[in-house]
Design a protein around this ligand. Sequence first.
Ligand code: FAD
Length: 597
Amino acid sequence: MKIHQFDVVVVGAGGAGLMAALYASKTASTAVISKLYPMRSHTGTAQGGVGAALGNYEEDHPEWHTFDTVKGSDYLGDQDAIEFMCQEAVTSVYELEHMGLPFSRTPDGRIAQRPFGGHTNNLTGKPVRRSCYAADRTGHMILQTLYQQCIKNKINFFDEFQVLDLILINGVAQGVVAIELATGEMHIFHANAVIIATGGYGRIWKITSNAYSSTGDGVAITLRRGLPIEDMEFFQFHPTGIYKLGILITEGARGEGGILLNGKGERFMEHYAPHVKDLASRDVISRAMYTEIREGRGINGQDYLYLDIRPETVNKYAALDGRTQPDGSPYRVTGDDILARLPDIVDFCRTYLGVDPVEQPMPVQPTAHYAMGGIPTNLLGQVVMDEKNTILPGLYAAGEVACVSVHGANRLGTNSLVDLIVFGRHAGLDAAKYALGSQFKTLPNDVADFSIEQLDRLRKNKNGTEKISKITEEMRTTMMDHVGIFRTNEGMSASLTKIRELQDRFLQIKIQDGGKVFNTELLNAWELGNLLDLAEVVTISAIARTESRGAHSREDFPNRDDQEWLKHSLAWSEDGKIRLGYKPVTITKYQPKERVY
Ligand SMILES: Cc1cc2nc3c(=O)[nH]c(=O)nc-3n(C[C@H](O)[C@H](O)[C@H](O)COP(=O)(O)OP(=O)(O)OC[C@H]3O[C@@H](n4cnc5c(N)ncnc54)[C@H](O)[C@@H]3O)c2cc1C
């Protein structure tokens, strides 16, 4: 077993991990451990943009961004954290620009911006251009830019190492245990500060925009180590996934003027969100789509709708809406504009669907997209472990894995990339400061035992009868059917029973590959265990919350209930059972109101 020592170890090489590493490495010895080669992290698929009130085309303010985010969160986001993020968004985006990120540009050379769901001019209620983008490859460009900076800073990368456990000694974080995929060897990373940046867990659901690697490892690891996880019932479904495949069509497509149409050719969002229509927040649109489909108005009565970005459709509705270009002239697009602004989307549709979006509408359905919940942290990225927000020394989390909470019950588009760079930076800075002021503790000899046990338990079932693929499929189907966009006690309870049955069957999984070198089968099984554990917590937290708020929509409790439920949920795993607790939402300037879009 190899032992490494660094001041700070960062687990994950997505936008959050790289930003954290970049800042930590300015003063402290820093390692990044990633199960994927860094450039394959899910951040690289982010398309539509990063939100910041630069006001490059029209009036905009960080306060408007703050209010929109609070409103978008259905008032569950912590307002101090949201304000902090929206203020810092502006300098953070300029920082990326100065690092060399090739943003799309306005005619006079500034960063181009496009409208996105829920981002408004707070005076008129009309959509505002706030999303800073690099065509529809914004995440890819962020990842490239940050990786280059990390290489320049000589950060130590451990690529294709999968972290299996967190080392805690007397309540203080002291590193992680990881397996090297190429050799199957265990490595101990001894560190005074650990930053978890392992991303989301969208692979729980059948239709998802998330990469195969989004299996919630970081959340599951901390849960097993006795730490709470926050607001797990809130999982966002993005309105426009490619039908049946789930691959994302960015909200930027609607930002550029794309329209959602039902089987009767109607622009149905007019009925659900008369002010901002196709640019309402994602929870509102996903519910509207589901309702249209359920009431028989899908395309040809089926379970999908159209997203139409053909120039004639965009221009027709832009004229009806009175939409203008930044210079005040009527908004118009050509096929070439669509190709220039959304090249990857056009490419995906041509490749995966055989549909050319410049000439045909795209068949879409809502797709599981983003975890609002995760490991609870404060504004500095420090992990907090109870209702009183007590800090766990040396442990940090940033990015989608964390719950600060800036997204509350529903995240606005473009706000995840902001979250990564703002809180990634603070986690990196604070972790380095903390690590440099701390002493390494002696590691016990059995520090890797729990990791080894977890894998051995999976390996030992020589006569196992269960298959990873079968359990995965059953989990994803039950979660999609019952713990998706609309939820009821009955459906979720059935799902919980099913998940527990799958957890039992999981113990009987048979691993065919007995080898050590790149045993991805074994690690896929371990990841499935994580997904099952998180599916259980999501469902239990969702059953307990007897109201509808943001992405959590209960048909048996259709109203938001601020009296009872204006609070974050926390879930602990204790002796194999989930215990729930709650903590207050931080409200500063904005008292909860009904959301109107
Ligand atoms: C298709 C798509 C499009 C999106 N578009 C946008 C957008 O336009 N704007 C926006 O704001 N948001 C967008 N989002 C959301 C946003 O991209 C993600 O929330 C964000 O990129 C997550 O970044 P992260 O750094 O937290 O994690 P990720 O980028 O997911 O990276 C996770 C990292 O953790 C590593 N890792 C995981 N588990 C382990 C382990 N056990 N051991 C070691 N390493 C591990 C992985 O190797 C990886 O490097 C989009 C998301 C998707 C799926």
